[in-house]
Design a protein around this ligand. Structure first.
Ligand SMILES: *Cc1c(COP(=O)(O)O)cnc(C)c1O
Length: 369
C-alpha cells in the first residue's frame, strides 16, 4: 500500500515529467549542495563560469556522440518547451517564404503544431489521422506532399495516442523537421535525414525546463534578423546557447542522463533493444487478452514509449487504475482525450516496473475477466 506520505519510490508510468534513471537522481542528491571541485551547488554558479561551460559543452558533446550527429549541425539548449518550438519553427523557417510547409498530423501534438504554423505562413496538411482517432500512421502513398515545401513536419512519437514512426522517414525531398519530444534518445536515428530535430527534456531526457534543438547549418541561414532575438535560432547558435541565462540545472541533469545512456546502458542501440523488449511484455498481454484489453493503436504503428489501451467500460478502467496505484504502479491514467490506460515506459522505466505491470494486468484479467 503506497500512501501520500510514502518515501518509497513507486513504479512511475507518468507521461511527463517522467521517471529519471535512479543513478542520475542519486548523483544529483550527492552533488546538490556542492558540485565536486566547485565549492557551490550547480544552481548557484554563473552560467559563464568555467565549470558550467564545461557541463554544457559536455552535455552537447555526449548527445552528439550518442546520436552520431554529423558535421554541419548545431545543438541548442532552449527554454519554452516543445510548445515554443511549435512557433519558433515556422517563425524561422516559414515566415516570409513563398513556399508552403507540409505538416503530417498523427496525433494531438502535431495538431497543436500545425495550428501555430498557420499563424506564420502557408501550410499544407499533407495527411491527418484526426478522423480516424489518431490510431494509425500514413503510408507514403497516403501523403499529399508539396514539391519544394519549406519543410515537412512530423511527430516521431505521439505521446497521447501512442503512435510512433518505426523508422526515420525517407519520403520527403524537403528538410524534415521532427518533434522527437517523447522518443528522443530512445533509439538511434539518422540525423542526416533531418533538417531540425527537437525534444523537450521532461519525457525521456531530463527534467522540465530545457529543450534540445538539433538544427542543420543550412536551416540556420533562414532565420531573419527581423525576428525577436530570443526567437531567432541563429542568435542562440551564435551565442553557444548562452544568449540569455540557460536553464543551468536542467542542462546539468540532461548531461547526466546522456552519460547514463552512454556508460550504463551502452548507447542508443542497446537502449532500443531494452525498449523493444519492455514494450513487447505489455503488448503481448494485450494481444493475448481476447479483447479484455483493447489497444488504442493499429499494431504496426504502436509506440514503444506510450502503451495505450482501454478496458470494456469506464468503471473497469477506474478499477484497474485504482488497484494498480495501490500496488505502487502510478500515473497510469490515459490522457483525458483518449481515456483508458497509458503506460509510459520511457528509457528510465526499469524492466522490473514493466514486469510488475505485466503481472498486474494478467492478475486483473483473472479476477475480472
Ligand atoms: C509533451 C510534448 C509536447 C509539449 O511539451 P512542452 O514542453 O510541455 O511544451 C510536445 N510534443 C510532444 C510529442 C510531447 O510529448
Amino acid at each position: 500500500m503506497v500512501t501520500q506520505t510514502a518515501t518509497v519510490r513507486i513504479f512511475n508510468f507518468s507521461a511527463g515529467p517522467a521517471v529519471l534513471p535512479l543513478p542520475v537522481l542519486e548523483q544529483i542528491r550527492d552533488e546538490i549542495v556542492c558540485l565536486p571541485g566547485c565549492g557551490a551547488s550547480v544552481m548557484e554558479i554563473s552560467h559563464r563560469s568555467k565549470q558550467f561551460k564545461a557541463i554544457q559543452s559536455e552535455a552537447a558533446e555526449t548527445l552528439a556522440r550518442l546520436l552520431s550527429v554529423p558535421a554541419g549541425y548545431q545543438i541548442l539548449f532552449l527554454q519554452g518547451g516543445s510548445r515554443l518550438q511549435f512557433s519558433m519553427i515556422p517563425m524561422n523557417l516559414l515566415r516570409g517564404s513563398e513556399a508552403a510547409a507540409d505538416y503530417i498530423t498523427t496525433g494531438s501534438w502535431g495538431a497543436k503544431a500545425i495550428t501555430e504554423a498557420r499563424r506564420e505562413g502557408s501550410v499544407n496538411e499533407a495527411w491527418s489521422g484526426k478522423d480516424g482517432g489518431f490510431r494509425s500512421l500514413p503510408t507514403e502513398a497516403d501523403l499529399e506532399l508539396t514539391a519544394g515545401a519549406a519543410y515537412t513536419y512530423i511527430t516521431s512519437n505521439e505521446t497521447i495516442q501512442g503512435v510512433q514512426f518505426a523508422d526515420d522517414p525517407a519520403w520527403s525531398d524537403s528538410p524534415l523537421v521532427c518533434d522527437c519530444s517523447s522518443d528522443f534518445l530512445s533509439r538511434p536515428i539518422d540525423v542526416s535525414r533531418y533538417g531540425l530535430i527537437y525534444a523537450c527534456a521532461q519525457k525521456n531526457a531530463g527534467p522540465a525546463g530545457v529543450t534540445a534543438v538539433i538544427i542543420s547549418d543550412d536551416l540556420l541561414q533562414r532565420s531573419s534578423a527581423d525576428l525577436p532575438g530570443y526567437l531567432n535560432y541563429r542568435e542562440h547558435a551564435d551565442a553557444d546557447s548562452m544568449y540569455n541565462t540557460p536553464p543551468t540545472f536542467a542542462v546539468y541533469v540532461l548531461g547526466l542522463v546522456a552519460k547514463w545512456l552512454r556508460d550504463d546502458v551502452g548507447g542508443l542501440a542497446a537502449m532500443q533493444e531494452r525498449n523493444r523488449e519492455k514494450a513487447r511484455l505489455l503488448y503481448d498481454v494485450i494481444d493475448a487478452s481476447e479483447g479484455f484489453y483493447e489497444g488504442h493503436v493499429a499494431r504496426a504503428d504502436r509506440s514503444l514509449m506510450n502503451v495505450t489501451f482501454r478496458l470494456s467500460s469506464d468503471e473497469l478502467d477506474a478499477k484497474f487504475l485504482d488497484e494498480a496505484s495501490r500496488q505502487g504502479l502510478g500515473s497510469l491514467a490515459g490522457h483525458r482525450s483518449v481515456k483508458g490506460v497509458r503506460a509510459s515506459i520511457y528509457n528510465a522505466m526499469p524492466r522490473p516496473g514493466v514486469v510488475a505491470l505485466r503481472d498486474f494486468m494478467r492478475d486483473f484479467i483473472a479476477a475480472n475477466g
